[in-house]
Design a protein around this ligand. Structure first.
Ligand SMILES: Cc1cc2nc3c(=O)[nH]c(=O)nc-3n(C[C@H](O)[C@H](O)[C@H](O)COP(=O)(O)O)c2cc1C
Ligand SMILES: CC(C)CC(=O)C(=O)O
Length: 390
């Protein structure tokens, strides 16, 4: 049997299963999540799925996205279709990146290495987490010249921050993302109930264990005394005293584009620009930090007009399909980050799972865009959507 979609296009066939054959990796985000849950330990699933407090913001992220209604334009020639977008001088096949996710070894033993290979295969940038399960140099080693960025938790140790940023530059990361919404971990009942956080067990700390500055803080090497290294990690990885003024210190360390992640207030978007950032990631960390925080897409709607094109605005927290990508772009985002579905796809089928997820998202976005009458990213503007009833 042929594919269900015959129209020409670079990614068109990606999501398409041959009639009668169910896809190995569920296409729908909810089914993908369920498949991952069936395979993972309760602790691993809870860590990724978990949210702050009662999960109000995690739910609100979806609810708010669903309220935005696409207003398709008809009677247009949609034979072609160009999803490419340029960010910081790099042309991407589609305005989509893989969000930084820590402790991916909970999902799959190949963790970040599998994600890196799938990302590189698709040309979709991977944002390597500070909390990666492999050292960033090994992850980069899987990617040839494919685009990768590095996400930094501003550590209490300025020397460690400098070392991490220097290493990221040296292994070919093309941008530095400073996450500002996690000066300390949020209140996460699922993890608390299970008494489990990956970091306590030495997971997701490979970038620290491989760092000369971090190792110099230890009395004995982590290979001899992992619990002591874990305690040191817990003591230094975050910096509750990190302020806008201190961002200048990170800015001074690198000539790479610097983005801040976790902005939801328009005044903070203004401040970020005043402090010389090159990009803003509107995100509430998938509702994992403050229960009751503003839905991320509502924040995007407020922030995009304030930024008004001065720097690129990226968006995450709730993106589950191609229509969500369309909504975010229509609200002024220059690109989106894929979060939890990436963890789920990795759990279900490793590198192949992530490759399938990426291909499916691109294919659905492609179809959404052209069915809405748009054949170029620039055509996806505010006029293409409206806010529906609550
Ligand atoms: C398992 C997991 C680990 C995460 N680790 C990080 C991290 O190390 N650094 C970071 O900036 N954000 C981290 N995040 C937040 C994501 O980058 C992203 O903001 C969030 O997943 C978006 O919400 P969504 O998954 O509901 O779309 C993590 C999220 C999850 C689910
Ligand atoms: C706080 C980190 C260590 C990991 C993270 O960002 C998360 O679990 O959401």
């Amino acid at each position: 049997m042929g594919s269900l979609l015959e129209a020409p296009g670079p990614h068109r066939q990606a999501a398409i299963y041959v009639a009668g054959t169910a896809p190995a990796v569920p296409v729908d985000a909810d089914r993908l999540r369920a498949a991952a849950q069936a395979m993972l330990s309760p602790e691993a699933f809870a860590y990724a799925d978990g949210a702050a407090g009662r999960g109000t913001t995690r739910r609100a992220n979806r609810h708010a996205l669903d309220r935005w209604q696409i207003r398709p334009r008809v009677g247009r020639d949609i034979t072609g279709g160009d999803m490419r977008a340029t960010l910081f001088g790099r042309t991407l096949p589609v305005p989509m990146l893989l969000a930084p996710l820590g402790a991916l070894e909970l999902a799959h033993p190949h963790a970040d290495l599998a994600v890196a290979r799938a990302a590189a295969g698709a040309g979709v940038p991977m944002i390597v987490s500070s909390q990666a399960s492999f050292a960033m140099e090994r992850i980069a080693g899987e990617m040839a010249d494919a685009p990768r960025w590095f996400q930094l938790y501003p550590s209490r140790s300025a020397a460690l921050v400098e070392s991490l940023v220097t290493r990221a530059e040296a292994c070919g990361c093309e941008a530095i993302v400073v996450t500002l919404d996690t000066p300390t971990l949020g209140w996460r009942p699922d993890d608390l109930d299970l008494g489990h956080l990956p970091f306590f067990f030495g997971k997701g700390i490979a970038n620290y264990l491989s760092d000369p500055v971090f190792r110099a803080l230890l009395d004995r090497p982590p290979e001899e005394d992992l619990p002591a290294a874990v305690r040191m990690f817990l003591g230094v990885f975050a910096n509750p005293g990190f302020t806008w003024a201190k961002l200048a210190g990170v800015r001074a360390l690198t000539r790479l584009p610097l983005l801040v992640k976790g902005v939801t207030h328009p005044d903070d978007a203004r401040r970020a620009i005043d402090h010389g950032v090159d990009g803003i990631i509107v995100s509430n960390h998938g509702g994992r930090q403050i229960d009751g925080a503003v839905p991320a897409v509502t924040a995007l709607d407020e922030i995009a007009p304030v930024v008004a094109g001065q720097v690129p605005v990226l968006f995450d927290s709730g993106i589950r399909g191609g229509t969500d990508i369309f909504r975010a772009l229509a609200l002024g985002a220059n690109g989106v980050l894929i979060g939890r579905p990436l963890f789920h796809a990795l759990a279900v089928a490793g590198e192949a799972g992530v490759a399938a997820l990426i291909a499916n998202l691109i294919a659905e976005f492609d179809l959404t865009m052209r069915l809405a009458g748009c054949t170029a990213i620039a055509e996806i503007d505010r006029n293409m959507i409206r806010r529906g009833e609550p």
